[in-house]
Write a new protein. Structure first.
Length: 358
């Protein structure tokens, strides 16, 4: 089956309180039954990527400075343009399969990932330390600790989205058991909830408080507000009801949940499970998700005892200047994480990255 659904997809302007017709509104059984959201890298694609990595190494381009201009992909760039179209105007999920990361090693694989991402948009900072390349790995942190984020643990994560337009995950190592990636269509979630309890959907269309996990931009508070479900210029977008909301409770200035909010969040959490599909990660897979219409999580995992074999995903947050229309207050929180004194950097070794953030 040909890659991509954007060529024939149909979208109708979205209106709050009405069912949404959007290409990203897929059913989990339908997603699993097909593979037109998977693009398998051809030998020529890999050759082009390897040559582009050679080029940035030969020119001593720092990883943080890798851009589309310095990472030429004469033929594969057209495929990545279709990937972006599928994220924007198709299902909102794409997996690029078959990057030979074991053969490439960490240094080359990281540069390849940064270069591929540069053809979709601009990498933005993922934490207070300006890291453009993230590391999803069990660093022994507690998911329940408000100082840390779930990707630093081995816990199952709630469905959420990240502070960017597209999130990319490159699988470098898999876990011993578990850790399956989970995705859900926020469009399908909205429609299912609307059919059951339109009154609770309306609650989620009003502002909620989200923690910044201590990563506070200049002049901002420890939290910010925005709706879980938003509408702008005929486009729908969503946030997760996840730890970001729960961990905001108790912060100065944050009111306790109302009974209606608690009921709405409980329905959200129960319903999103019915919308979810498990996507096993293979080494060399790159999973791209459109954050405004896709929610993602993962199952808990048990890791290998040997450090070199432990589950490890590289992560990119990509901002697309021509991305989905969003309300201004929502857009402000989807441009990455920037705090006073932060500077862009790329730390390729996961242990060094964790030390830098300690």
């Amino acid at each position: 089956m040909p890659f991509g659904t954007f060529r024939t997809a149909r979208r109708v302007p979205a209106i709050a309180g009405q069912p949404i017709i959007d290409p990203a509104g897929w059913e989990p059984d339908d997603l699993i039954a097909t593979d037109d959201w998977i693009y398998r890298l051809a030998p020529d694609d890999v050759t082009e990527v390897q040559a582009a990595v050679d080029a940035v190494l030969a020119r001593n381009v720092a990883p943080k400075d890798i851009s589309r201009d310095v990472f030429p992909l004469p033929r594969f760039a057209a495929i990545l343009s279709e990937v972006r179209r599928e994220l924007q105007d198709g299902r909102g999920i794409v997996v690029l399969r078959g990057l030979p990361v074991a053969e490439m090693g960490r240094e080359r694989a990281a540069r390849a990932f940064l270069g591929i991402g540069a053809h979709l948009g601009t990498a933005v900072s993922q934490n207070a330390y300006g890291h453009l390349l993230g590391h999803v790995r069990d660093f022994g942190k507690s998911y329940d600790d408000p100082r840390f984020r779930g990707y630093q643990s081995n816990a199952a994560l709630g469905f959420h989205c990240d502070h960017c337009d597209y999130v990319g995950l490159l699988c470098m190592q898999t876990s011993r058991l578990g850790g399956e990636s989970r995705v859900a269509s926020a469009v399908t979630l909205y429609n299912r909830m609307l059919a059951q309890r339109p009154d609770l959907v309306a609650v989620l269309e009003r502002d909620f408080y989200f923690t910044r996990h201590g990563e506070v931009p200049a002049g901002k508070s420890q939290w910010y507000t925005q709706p879980v479900f938003s509408f702008h210029d005929g486009y729908f977008s969503a946030r997760g009801v996840s730890a970001y909301i729960r961990k905001a409770q108790g912060l100065p200035g944050v009111p306790p949940f109302t009974p209606e909010q608690e009921e709405a969040m409980a329905l959200y959490v129960a319903t999103v499970e019915t919308c979810a599909a498990d996507i096993p990660f293979a080494v060399g897979d790159i999973q791209w998700l459109h954050n405004h219409v896709m929610l993602h999580s993962r199952r808990a995992f048990a890791d290998w005892s040997e450090p070199v074999r432990r589950r490890h995903l590289y992560r990119l947050w990509i901002k697309d200047p021509a991305g989905r229309p969003l309300p201004d207050d929502v857009r402000e929180n989807f441009n990455g994480i920037y705090v006073p004194g932060g500077r862009h950097q790329v730390v390729i070794d996961p242990e060094l990255a964790e030390e830098a953030a300690a």
